[in-house]
Write a protein that binds this ligand. Sequence first.
Ligand code: SF4
Length: 271
Amino acid sequence: MKIDHLSPSQINTYLRCPLQHFWRYHEGIKNPPKGILTQSKCVHSAIETNFKQKIDSFIDLPTSDVLDSFCTEFDERKHETAWFKGEKPAFFKDEGITLLGGYQKRVSPMVQPSHVEYQFKLDFDNFDIPLVGRMDLIHSGMIADNKCTGKAPSVIANEAESSLQLTAYALAYREEFQKAEKGVSIIALFRPNKSKEQLSHAFVKKQTKEKSAHVETFPATRDQKAINRYLKLMGHVKHAIESDIYHPCDPDHWGCSEQYCGYYQICHKEW
Ligand code: SF4
């Protein structure tokens, strides 16, 4: 398949599962987002609303305004979401409020953004297509990626050290601003570790709503070697896509399941 650009998320998709890339970009099949993605998108948008105005105002919006922004978008998007049987949109909304509450309490006051949702398009002399993407947040020369997650802090710390997405952002920052970034980071909004069954119990639900989520920043750095490696990887992924090299990922991978892969049904019918 001939392509006219690459993005860090396309590259990640191809590396996670080449066949997933095939369904999404070759066949153009788009799946409605799952509940967890809708929640995450709305949290991102609310953070963006606050930080965009803070670039000039230097003041955070009241937390109630940020939560209102989240709730309004969530109530719109929940109708376009593929909810699993038994999933309760209200649970995801409550959890999103908890996550955002933690972010507004622990992170926002410490951050003065210079760029929010910063879009980049990098052209290369020896590569015939651009790399395009968007960074969540840049503050004081630091690139930050906000992430709602159910993973353990140790896993996120490793991700901050090795994430290809952050490496791509470091590359983009250096090209766009003609200087090196101070560092990269994942700002993790940890989903409370409670099962849905527990949360359907009114008492536990009340406690969880009142407690703001654990939110933590995981800083890391990228050196030129990591960036060169990314550039090389980018070339190979482009070559593989243009040569139509598509195959399933390891079926033992956690993402290769009906719950996490929107292409599971079609994939198991065709392969
Ligand atoms: S079901 Fe598994 S192999 Fe198929 S597209 Fe999804 S992740 Fe890839």
